[in-house]
Ligand binder design. Structure first.
Ligand SMILES: Nc1ncnc2c1ncn2[C@@H]1O[C@H](COP(=O)(O)OP(=O)(O)OP(=O)(O)O)[C@@H](O)[C@H]1O
Length: 410
């Protein structure tokens, strides 16, 4: 930044009033010349300041224009391959892998390095450098080498457990069975039903049973701001799975990228559509009898784009409903396994009282009952604690604590 020039010294002269007239006149003339001199210097400085102001205004206008372009036009994601002299770089665009020699906006020129992920505009000029890709990958995927959930931890959905084992576990553990019979196992399995009913648990339990890495990604994570980013994440997801075979890919909230869209085709919609197409093409590309299985889940089956349900895609649909009375009792037993339960706790009666509760709601109920025991300085949980917990939950929020009650999903 340039420093503002220092001001000229203020002219000052002591003129003795007792001097003869001609000498006083001479002194005043000198003083006047000093003043003219300073005035000229100040005028020069003012001109310079004005020029600088003009330059700054132009710069502000340019930045504002660039900002507007950045905001208004679609940007594409690319990776920098090579940085050359004269602010030129080679970038490879995600999505089509096109390599282009392009220029960098001077604003970001000194920050661009090979390997960076950048956003480019229609003419491939680099507009901005994005966060490190590793971070984006790490943030959006949950990877567990061996999840600690077993089938015995899941209550009330035995039929769904059986179906998942057949469609996901068996192709991984006994692929030869499918070979011998000469059929392809289902490509993808879609679990649908209200929230908190055990869909994620099911996927984790299969991974545990088959010693497969569990890789979870939420559909909402795949809906990205920049063009090409969602499809890139989908590619990363499958790449990650290939690196860690055997693997179970679990895409939660698949509706975020696979809903039926209205007539309006905004660029955001088109991008979501592209992400879904990338997912389908990755699924088409992998070996049905291979070591990677894919499970998706949704609470909004009604909104799904039917294209994803075609054969070869998510072609095995498994509904995971709210637990029935017996299911609720089983889930209660599972979630109280490690609790110090007093004699006389009547799970049968509690199951009757919890109509509309999901598995997750029942888990909260058990925790709440335990809290009542602690508040009363007991280490045993009594039937009354469960009754108090039920009352508290109903009082706290009769509408949304029982999240799955009346939830529309089909
Ligand atoms: N059937 C069940 N048996 C035992 N526990 C359950 C069951 N369903 C849900 N839970 C409990 O609720 C928690 C949340 O369940 P989970 O994440 O599997 O639900 P989900 O169906 O995937 O929900 P969402 O649709 O909101 O992702 C589990 O960690 C578990 O403690």
């Amino acid at each position: 930044m340039s420093r503002s020039p220092s001001l000229p010294e203020r002219p000052h002269r002591d003129i003795d009033p007792d001097l003869p007239d001609d000498e006083r006149l001479e002194a005043l003339r000198d003083h006047f010349e000093d003043i003219v001199d300073v005035h000229e210097q100040l005028t020069d400085q003012l001109d310079e300041a004005e020029q600088r102001r003009e330059q700054l205004r132009e710069k502000v206008d340019r930045v504002e224009r660039e900002n507007e372009t950045l905001k208004s036009s679609s940007l594409y994601i690319a990776t920098v391959e090579d940085v050359m002299a004269d602010d030129e770089v080679v970038v490879k665009q995600h999505g089509n892998n096109q390599e282009v020699l392009t220029e960098v906006s001077p604003r970001v020129a000194d920050r661009v390095e090979p390997g960076d992920r950048v956003a480019v505009n229609d003419s491939f000029a680099i507009q901005t450098v994005l966060d490190a890709e590793t971070d984006a990958r790490a943030q959006s995927m949950e990877i567990t080498a061996k999840p600690e959930v077993g089938y015995e931890d899941i209550g009330g959905i035995d039929e769904q457990v059986r179906e998942v084992r057949e469609a996901v576990e068996q192709p991984l553990s006994e692929p030869e069975v499918f070979d011998e019979v000469g059929i392809e196992p289902p490509s993808g399995v879609l679990l649908y039903g209200p929230p908190g009913t055990g869909k994620t648990m099911l996927a984790k339990a299969v991974a545990n049973k088959t010693d497969a890495t569990f890789i979870k990604m939420a559909g909402s994570e795949l809906v990205r701001k920049f063009i090409g980013e969602g499809s890139r994440l989908v590619r990363d997801l499958f790449e990650m799975a290939r690196e860690r075979e055997p693997a179970i890919i679990f895409i939660d909230e698949i509706d975020a990228i696979a809903t039926t869209r209205s007539e309006s085709k905004t660029s955001g919609d088109a991008e979501v559509q592209r992400t879904m197409m990338q997912l389908l093409s990755e699924m088409d590309g992998f070996e049905a009898r291979g070591e990677i299985r894919i499970i998706a889940a949704t609470n909004r089956f009604d909104m799904l784009d039917r294209a994803i349900l075609r054969p070869g895609r998510f072609d095995r649909l498994i509904e995971v409903p709210e637990p029935d009375r017996d299911g609720r009792e089983q889930i209660l037993e599972i979630h109280t396994r490690d609790m110090n339960i007093a004699d006389g706790v009547d799970f049968d009666a509690i199951a009757d009282e919890t109509e509309g509760y999901s598995g997750a709601d029942i888990e909260s109920l058990a925790t709440e009952a335990g809290m009542f025991a602690i508040r009363n300085e007991r280490n045993e949980v009594t039937h009354k604690d469960f009754v108090d917990a039920l009352e508290k939950i109903e009082d706290d929020d009769s509408s949304d604590v029982i999240s799955s009650a009346g939830y529309f999903y089909q």
